[in-house]
Design a protein around this ligand. Structure first.
Ligand SMILES: Cc1ncc(COP(=O)(O)O)c(C=O)c1O
Length: 390
């Protein structure tokens, strides 16, 4: 998708050494919570040291620069402009704020989503349905987002199509280009929950036609909870997507607040925040921004295509081997994400065997075993998992 020349493949064994968690377990639960690298941990320690021993003026410039760089690095990761990125505290919260801010756009229309979206996002839409919004939740077909069924659910009143670009259920990578074309043809916008996509698969919001997107950083962006990013296409900011929380400042135009009051101006002057910061209230988590800055640099250095190629070599083996051991897959084998899910006939027994072998996966929706290898996992980890379940 990007026209940049391919980056040389990194030495993934060296990368393994950057993640101490790799030494204590075969940890495959990166789609729940990714471990920190030593680089992010060191940056965080430095911040804690500063907070503990040195906090004081001037504190603003240093950490504001960190926040700005994290947002810039994220913008380039998804091929957006820096002025299209706000910080967000959570994916679900950002989507909820965005829906609130689009109330005029959504009025009288419908939203099309699907059952591979994140459950808290669906709950959010369900609550709005109770308030009168027409919400259409399209069912998956064979655990895949069914573009034709999504199209059938859309009509001239569709205002928003909302999907998880990569599903947390089984890693299914949605055809965002097809969805944006369908949405845009009806005057609707495409929102992408990129929580399981950012850092894991290539994202080009321009090429894919994504209008709005959000994620936090504790999964494939290798950061912490409570910090993330919101992308809103420049021309939608303050027009179709209005801020849903008030963000701005007040100043007093009288003494003793000012020595030179402006007689033609009001006593209290209110100035709204502009640009993407209009969607931000107060400070971000600087702990989050510091980790994100480190890990985004790291991800850029490795290159998303290299990260994908590494994860595929591991998930290919799972696709080939686990069904033979009695765990059928609910992720299509040609799916292009690092998350694969398998059905366990006896989930408790499977989890017990894995735990005993020091292997961490997620068991979700009763019996769906989700395995999500990252940059520091290797074939020995896969062997350990397969032997535990054999
Ligand atoms: C697809 C998806 N969206 C959203 C979330 C929640 O993100 P946040 O905690 O940033 O709201 C998760 C995971 O927890 C997820 O897998």
């Amino acid at each position: 998708m990007s026209s940049a020349p391919p980056q040389p493949a990194p030495d993934f064994e060296r990368i393994r050494a950057d993640f101490p968690r790799a030494r204590t377990a075969a940890y495959f639960d990166n789609a729940s919570s990714h471990p920190l690298s030593v680089h992010s941990a060191e940056a965080l320690h430095r911040y804690v040291e500063w907070l503990t021993h040195e906090v004081g003026e001037p504190w603003w410039p240093a950490w504001a620069a960190t926040r700005d760089q994290a947002q810039q690095l994220f913008a380039s990761l998804i091929n957006a402009d820096r002025d299209e990125i706000a910080f967000a505290r959570s994916t679900v919260e950002a989507e909820s704020n965005i829906i609130n801010g689009m109330s005029e756009h959504l009025a009288g229309g419908n939203v099309v989503t699907n059952d591979l979206a994140f459950s808290a996002a669906l709950y959010n839409y369900q609550m709005r349905q109770l308030d009168g919004l027409d919400v259409r939740v399209v069912r998956h077909r064979d655990w895949q987002l069914d573009v034709a069924a999504m199209e059938a659910a859309m009509n001239a009143d569709t205002r928003l199509v909302s999907v998880a670009m990569v599903s947390n259920v089984n890693g299914f990578l949605a055809d965002m280009r097809a969805l944006s074309e369908l949405a845009h043809a009806r005057g609707a916008l495409l929102y992408a929950d990129i929580m399981q996509a950012a850092g894991a698969v290539p994202i080009d919001v321009r090429a894919l036609g994504i209008d709005i997107a959000a994620c936090s950083t504790f999964k494939w962006l290798m950061g912490v909870k409570g910090y993330g990013f919101l992308y809103v296409r420049a021309d939608l900011q303050g027009t179709i997507v209005k801020p849903s929380q008030h963000s701005g400042v007040a100043s007093f135009n009288y003494q003793p607040w000012t020595d030179s009051p402006d007689p033609d101006a009001a006593d209290i002057l209110f100035q709204p925040t502009t640009g993407p910061s209009r969607y931000e209230v107060s400070y971000p988590s600087y702990e989050g921004a510091i980790c994100a800055q480190e890990s985004l640099r790291y991800i850029h250095e490795l290159g998303i295509d290299n990260i994908r190629a590494h994860a595929s070599s591991l998930t290919d083996r799972l696709h080939a081997e686990l069904p033979k051991l009695g765990y059928p897959s609910i992720t299509p084998p040609d799916n292009d994400s690092p998350i694969v899910s398998f059905v366990a006939s006896d989930p408790a027994a499977a989890m017990q065997k894995l735990r005993a072998a020091g292997v961490h996966v997620a068991m979700r929706f009763g019996n769906k075993m989700r395995i999500a290898p990252s940059v520091y996992n290797n074939h020995d980890d896969i062997t350990r998992l397969l032997e535990a379940l054999a």
